[in-house]
Design a protein around this ligand. Structure first.
Ligand code: ADP
Length: 161
């Protein structure tokens, strides 16, 4: 079975992430979207919330699983017997960091390949940070996140004074 992993902070999940998950689910037997827990960073949403939002917006993709992991993605992939990491590529600005990550992951787990999927033009400007900023100023986030998680996101974001 060909399993691919899409790791990320998903803080929160956006339409850009969902687009990559939908497209990559057609190329693999199973996709695991995994919320990576990084103890040195303080996310806006808890791990449980990020997992819950991801599950809510991907339940139309039958071969997709949602998980969370504290540790290295290279180790997670080994545990899941997955040999592919899927990364979305938005702009040149994503490239250098992702390139470094891909080479490091290859060193840590030589059986792991990183595949970059080019963003949908419609979402190339979109990031979780943008969603948090717009929500903080009370802006309309409906273009960026699915309707079913919109209210919960807005309720949890502390308005910028
Ligand atoms: P962000 O950079 O928005 O905080 P994450 O760490 O959650 O995102 O990203 C997880 C993965 O999703 C990364 O591979 C990232 O490049 C990809 N991704 C995020 N937003 C988009 C988008 N709008 N289009 C394509 N890929 C995206």
């Amino acid at each position: 079975m060909k399993v691919a992993i899409m790791p990320g902070s998903f803080d929160p999940v956006t339409k850009g992430h969902i687009d990559i998950l939908e497209r990559s689910s057609k190329l693999f037997d199973k996709i695991i979207a995994v919320v990576m827990v990084n103890p040195t960073k303080t996310p806006t949403f808890t791990t449980e919330e990020r997992v819950k939002f991801l599950k809510q917006v991907t339940n139309h993709i039958p071969n997709l699983e949602v998980d969370s992991y504290l540790g290295l993605v290279a180790d997670y992939a080994r545990e899941k017997n997955a040999h592919t990491l899927i990364k979305g590529l938005r702009a040149v600005t994503d490239f250098e960091y992702e390139f470094q990550q891909a080479l490091t992951n290859k060193k840590l787990n030589p059986e792991l390949e990183t595949l970059f999927m080019v963003t949908n033009q419609e979402y190339m400007y979109l990031s979780s940070t943008i969603v948090r900023q717009i929500a903080g100023f009370g802006g309309d986030i409906s273009l960026f996140v699915p309707e079913k998680i919109k209210e919960e996101i807005l309720e949890r974001i502390i308005p910028v004074e």
